[in-house]
Write a protein that binds this ligand. Structure first.
Ligand SMILES: Nc1ncnc2c1ncn2[C@@H]1O[C@H](COP(=O)(O)OP(=O)(O)O)[C@@H](O)[C@H]1O
Ligand SMILES: [Mg+2]
Length: 240
């Protein structure tokens, strides 16, 4: 079942400078929560803190009410947080199947792993067709599918996806967002990090707009579509 995530008054930075200041967000269990913001807003830094890659300087990170702040990445993964990193990063010299298998590295039971392969191939039939193909020879859209499939192989309760539509053709962007809806419909909570505001707000339940390392807008997807901060920056002020 989906896990909830609560980030409270988070401060995160690199070297001397803070990137995130006083950031609080909630991702409810079973919902798609989006994190919007322009390049450099601090979205990936928040993702890095949640995944234990950059430990917070201040604040709380709670997964289903239990603190994960400062835990090493593999322990956070073991609690049920799956990650699909920015830029996808599939292993080009491994086959599709081998790439997927790496996503189940915490699982030892072969029967469970076989079932997860079946589930992922049901969502992405194209990955089954190409299971023996080297990942480096896939199209960008197929690599995006593979990176999401690999995240699902860990059977996460919360899936964190950092900019899945970056660099994809419009057709694949649309397909990708439909897939994210399908994943959520299986009970997995999703934290969707995106710059693609329009299509993200069409699939997300609620979300946050980050600017300069702070939350400047939050609410349901419908509220955000009307929010002055988003209308000004992304909707051209004419409501479309
Ligand atoms: N590893 C790092 N070391 C130093 N500064 C970083 C590092 N990663 C990101 N930053 C800085 O943090 C700010 C936010 O970056 P990032 O979280 O990647 O934003 P976004 O994902 O919203 O584009 C930027 O100014 C960026 O230069
Ligand atoms: Mg980023």
């Amino acid at each position: 079942m989906g896990l909830s995530l609560e980030v409270k008054k988070l401060r995160v930075g690199y070297d001397r400078a803070d990137v995130l200041t006083d950031v609080s967000i909630v991702a409810r269990a079973g919902e798609i929560t989006c994190l919007l913001g322009a390049n450099g807003a601090g979205k990936s830094t928040l993702v890095r803190a949640v995944l234990g890659l950059t430990p917070p300087r201040e604040g709380e990170i709670l997964l289903d009410g239990r603190s994960i702040a400062g835990l090493p990445t593999h322990r956070i993964a073991a609690r049920g947080v799956g990650a699909i990193p920015e830029g996808r990063r599939v292993f080009p010299k491994l086959t599709v199947k081998e790439n997927l298998r790496t996503g189940a590295y915490l699982e030892r039971d072969g029967t469970v792993i076989a079932r997860r392969f079946d589930e992922v191939y049901a969502i992405f039939p194209r990955l089954l067709e190409r299971s023996s193909q080297l990942a480096g020879t896939l199209s960008g859209g197929e690599q995006a599918m593979l990176s999401i499939g690999r995240g699902l192989m860990g059977s996460p309760g919360l899936l964190v996806i950092d900019e899945p539509s970056l660099g994809l053709s419009p057709r694949f962007v649309k397909e990708n967002f439909q897939v994210i809806r399908r994943i959520q419909s299986t009970g997995i909570s999703v934290l969707l990090v995106e710059q693609n505001v329009h299509q993200t707000l069409d699939v997300a339940h609620r979300g946050y707009l980050l600017s300069g390392g702070r939350v400047v807008a939050e609410g349901t997807a419908d509220e955000l579509k009307q929010h002055p901060a988003l209308v000004a920056a992304y909707f051209g002020g004419d409501g479309h």
